[in-house]
Design a protein around this ligand. Structure first.
Ligand code: GLY
Ligand code: MN
Ligand code: MN
Length: 449
């Protein structure tokens, strides 16, 4: 090899490393002070008067990490338990109230931001006060700030559940009167009504959702990184799958990969369904042995800096699609790609559906029985907030496109899902780093050890 060729090789190696290294070591960055200022100003600017009161999460889920309430985090940046945030529209002041911890609490779980003298400036807060002062603050200041309390009357969403799904789960658990306790939010609302009868309570959720649905530059940067690491993780999972192996081994490969790349963990219980399980939309037992000739459907996304991701890939366990699997796969893939090609600002979901139907007709493919389709918004929640019905696409929206066909009688379930960002002229696929073309999938699987 002459010097020139050697230099060229070195350059190519360095260029490849430059692409790979940031993807493999995605840092948690969080959000800047300016981001919180911008969000709060937009919120109080839209409600115009009164006081917005938001309550934080009360504790960690069983065997899980503490994860702050989405709405609360969006405006506070605070990741401590049992906090209250107050934002006053007339003055722009923002107070965070936090519990005063006992020495034992601090020893066991660490101190909250009440003990962090730099937090007030870092999060652009007027002040951080002990929680025991919250009612005194309201009593002293309500007349000055306006007798309207904006609170969350609709359900809060969760990392893996839309507001409506949280409501649905409440309804389901309430089918027995032993489980029909009201939510924390319901209780807080009645307490505020009792304590401050002079105030009018108003719904804050539509104002919050109008902001959350359009992603900022900083959020887009996090979502892009999450798209990349989640895609690389699904790729790892595909390589870890094999006939005779277990569904949970596939899950383990993806979870391990995103943890290594900086994520907090999965954004929802990973779905790995082989054979008949590929037809169960949200199958998550992930305990079956994968047989040869079967399909494996994996639905996975990471939670990075409180932003989620959503990917589904379906592949043949043995490495080659059967003719029947291939035909069905091609139909789902054509629908998915036609959706992506149609997405651009100004179009409605009805326009997109019509464009897809036209494309399928031209291709002579019949997508009857298709489910999933346009999917849902993605952000702090994997089923994020946003308008319902005939949605008008806007620049900065992030959506999952997830068409699927299920044939339980054949044990064939095929779903192909990508998360996309609506850009000025079209859309950007955030999860493109995991193959979905038939030949690409077969090539990747042929390289398994
Ligand atoms: N991961 C859940 C969904 O695709 O909506
Ligand atoms: Mn999904
Ligand atoms: Mn989805």
């Amino acid at each position: 090899m002459n010097m020139r060729t050697a230099r060229r090789h070195l350059f190519l190696c360095l260029a490849a490393l430059a692409v790979l290294v940031p993807a493999l070591h995605a840092q948690r960055t969080g959000f800047s002070r300016d981001e919180y200022v911008r969000r709060r100003q937009a919120l109080v600017g839209s409600v115009k008067d009164g006081v917005v009161i938001l309550f934080g999460e009360t504790g960690a889920p069983p065997a899980g990490h503490f994860r702050q309430d989405n709405d609360f985090f969006y405006f506070s940046g605070c990741r401590d338990a049992n906090a209250i945030l107050v934002m006053a529209a007339r003055t722009g002041e923002t107070f965070l109230f936090l519990p005063q911890q006992s020495p034992r609490e601090e020893m066991v779980g660490g101190s909250n931001l009440l003990k962090d003298s730099a937090a007030k400036d870092r999060l652009a807060l007027s002040d951080i006060q002990p929680l025991s002062y919250f009612d005194e603050y309201l009593a002293r200041n309500l007349e000055r700030l306006g007798l309207v309390l904006y609170v969350r009357l609709s359900p809060g969403d969760a990392v893996d559940e839309a507001r409506s799904e949280v409501g649905l789960m409440t309804a389901r658990r309430s089918r027995t009167h032993y489980n029909d306790q009201l939510s924390f939010d319901n209780y807080r609302i009645s307490k505020l009504r009792d304590r401050y009868p002079q105030c009018e309570l108003r719904e804050i959720v539509p104002f919050i959702d109008a902001l959350r649905v359009i992603k900022s530059e900083e959020e887009i940067a996090v979502l892009r990184r999450n798209g990349r690491i989640s895609a690389l993780a699904v790729r790892e999972a595909m390589l870890a799958s094999r006939p005779g192996g277990f569904e949970y081994e596939v899950e383990a490969a993806a979870v391990g990969a995103v943890l290594k790349m900086g994520a907090r963990g999965p954004a929802y219980a990973p779905i790995v369904g082989s054979g008949p399980n590929s037809c169960i939309w949200h199958y998550e037992k992930n305990e079956r042995r994968i047989e040869k000739g079967e399909l494996v459907l994996m639905d996975f996304g990471a939670d990075l800096d409180m932003m989620t991701m959503d990917i589904t890939r379906t592949w043949p366990a043995s490495g080659k699609f059967s003719d029947e699997q291939r035909d069905i796969y091609r139909t789902v893939l054509e629908v998915q790609k036609a959706c992506i090609a149609a997405f651009r600002p100004g179009l409605t979901s009805k326009d997109v559906r019509e464009a897809v139907a036209l494309h399928m007709k031209k291709k002579g493919l019949d997508p009857r029985g298709l489910s999933g389709g346009l999917g849902h918004f993605v952000g702090l929640s994997v089923h994020d907030v946003g308008p319902h019905g005939d949605v008008v696409l806007k620049e900065g929206m992030v959506m999952a496109i997830e068409p699927a066909l299920y044939y339980p009688e054949k044990a064939i379930g095929i779903r192909i899902e990508d998360t996309v960002l609506i850009t000025r002229n079209g859309c950007e696929v955030l999860t493109a780093d995991v193959p979905k073309e038939i030949d690409e999938i077969e090539r990747l699987l042929a390289g398994r050890k």
